[in-house]
Design a protein. Structure first.
Length: 410
């Protein structure tokens, strides 16, 4: 609650006040990291820094960008010594191909929860309000029982089974639900099912998606069915909350907790200023983002800079017969179809052989839809890719997350 009240105070700051607050917090965090994390101490000493001296902003901008393999390979050395707070064991989901484990200090954990709680208040929601939670996968019996007890105490309904009977059962519980959160793909499925059913969602104030991309047609569907678009909570286990969307549709950067940069290809680089136990500094998260350049004051009153769009995961390439393409091409292809033609397509792409790309669609495509997909794919790939479209496919989920591109090509 101390962190929450502090965040509610700083959210009223001007951009200049926020920048000063952020700079002071960053310098304090960097100095701690240099003195207590063996990995970071060795780096600063190699640059001529004297232990015990403060670290400057100039020192910070000279630091190399950290990749996930460094956090994993140098895990023990990155962890800081002398942390007196309670520590929590954490791990990433591993959907990017590698599982990261670390110890999160209590201040970091509390600040993260407080950041989420502050975001909820922008929509008139309390974290203890009745909710539906699309999250997790089928754990072992003991872990599942612990989750069920926690969910009961937190007044929420968690959905493990992503099947039609489970989703239909949810419609009967919507009457008392104040907010829905979790995987955006499953929220969309619920909205599609509810569209032709009788239900009451009169208390619903917020629908929040996290961990997956939120496609425009997802939000259009939930707005037409439930009266609310899917707002975004953007972050990661190792970075904490990076941005939270306000009621005016702007994703405000959590300046009090993170320092955000982008490189020449718009990949986001994050410094988590609360990660005292496991300093995450200038970390390449793997997402491409678009940050608003002219910082206009939002209608909600916040001066925090805005992330206009999280375009998707950077990483795996799609290989043509002779060339290669970032997997984000898929995002732009289907976004263009939606905005140019008004056609929403639920897709998942697969590649097992270079030069061949399978596009799975939830819908059973007719000749017109197939031609539309091929037309837009040609704009990006030309003759360099053989496209095959498969309709009525059941999409593959990894650790509960829906990925738009799955490749076995090395």
């Amino acid at each position: 609650m101390k962190q929450y009240h502090s965040l509610k105070q700083t959210e009223k700051y001007s951009l200049e006040q926020l920048a000063d607050f952020q700079s002071a917090r960053l310098m304090e965090f960097l100095t701690h990291s240099a003195n207590n994390s063996p990995y970071h101490r060795d780096y600063f000493i190699s640059q001529g820094w004297t232990p015990g001296d403060p670290v400057t902003l100039d020192d910070f901008h000279k630091m190399p960008v950290m990749e996930k393999d460094i956090l994993i390979g140098q895990n023990h050395a990155i962890h800081a010594h002398g942390i007196s707070e309670k520590l929590f064991f954490c791990e990433t989901s591993g959907t990017s191909g590698a599982i990261l484990t670390f110890r999160r200090n209590e201040l970091w954990d509390s600040f993260n929860r407080a950041s989420i709680m502050r975001g909820y208040t922008w929509h008139g929601v309390n974290p203890w309000d009745r909710s539906i939670y699309f999250w997790g996968y089928n754990y072992g019996f003991r872990k599942r029982m612990i989750s069920l007890i926690n969910d009961r105490l937190l007044n929420r309904i968690r959905i493990f089974q992503y099947d039609e009977p489970a989703l239909r059962k949810l419609l009967k519980n919507l009457k008392e639900v104040v907010y829905i959160e979790g995987y955006s793909s499953m929220i969309y499925e619920l909205a599609c099912m509810a569209e032709y059913s009788e239900f009451d969602c009169g208390k619903l104030k917020m629908i929040k998606g996290t961990s997956e991309k939120i496609y425009d047609h997802y939000s259009d569907k939930t707005r037409s069915v439930f009266g609310h678009k899917i707002i975004s909570e953007y972050g990661a286990a190792e970075t904490g909350i990076i941005a939270f969307e306000c009621r005016y549709g702007n994703m405000h950067i959590n300046m009090e907790g993170v320092y955000v940069e982008t490189d020449e290809s718009n990949e986001i680089i994050v410094t988590n200023m609360m990660s005292y136990s496991f300093p995450v500094i200038r970390y390449r998260l793997g997402d491409a983002v678009k940050i608003r350049q002219n910082n206009q004051i939002c209608g909600c009153g916040l001066n925090h800079p805005v992330i206009e769009e999280v375009t998707g995961r950077v990483g795996k390439n799609i290989y043509g017969i002779s060339g290669k393409y970032p997997s984000l091409v898929l995002y732009y292809i289907f976004k263009s179809i939606y905005f140019d033609k008004g056609v929403a397509i639920n897709y998942q792409a697969h590649q097992n052989v270079k030069g061949n790309l399978e596009i799975w669609t939830k819908e059973q495509p007719d000749d017109q839809l197939s031609s539309l997909i091929l037309e837009y794919c040609f704009k990006y790939f030309g003759e360099d890719m053989n496209i095959k479209i498969w309709g009525g496919k059941k999409f593959i989920f990894e650790k509960g997350k829906l990925k738009d591109f799955i490749s076995s090509v090395i």
